[in-house]
Design a protein around this ligand. Structure first.
Ligand code: HEC
Length: 111
């Protein structure tokens, strides 16, 4: 009996662990592709708290999109922020950024 309990605990932990990993992994891929070229990695992600990142992603990321769409310097990113892909996938990006925010205590394994 004890063995079975231990085994199912391990399975549960694995399942949730992998799920969490999968979600922020998708966000990390988006970040690498769409954001790194202008903002760099760790330092920028850690420049904001979890609350600040969540705030930027309100209404499917519209706040974040607007910051870029009104800046000439961010012109290269306009296509992405205007796309429906950004709106559909912005929650993955949010998961990733919130997970590694300044006050999350975690460090992204960027490679
Ligand atoms: C083409 C370059 C470019 C790309 C690509 C880009 N940004 Fe930006 N971003 C900028 C510029 C320029 C600003 C400053 C806008 C202003 O304030 O005038 C900015 C501002 C920001 C800000 C607010 C300023 C701050 O430091 O608080 C955040 C947050 C941000 N970007 C996140 C992102 C994320 C997340 C992505 C990827 C989805 C991304 N950016 C992609 C150029 C870029």
């Amino acid at each position: 009996m004890r063995k079975i309990v231990t085994f199912s605990t391990v399975l549960t932990v694995l399942f949730f662990g992998v799920n969490l990993y999968a979600a922020s992994y998708k966000g990390q891929r988006i970040y690498s592709k769409q954001c790194v070229k202008c903002h760099g990695r760790q330092e920028f992600i850690e420049s904001k708290t979890q609350k600040e990142w969540k705030n930027l992603f309100q209404q499917k990321g519209q706040k974040l999109a607007k910051i870029h769409l009104k800046s000439e310097k961010a012109q290269e990113s306009w296509g992405y922020f205007e796309s429906s892909k950004f709106q559909r996938k912005s929650h993955h990006l949010e998961d990733f950024l919130v997970e590694y925010a300044k006050d999350s205590g975690r460090v992204p394994a960027c490679n």
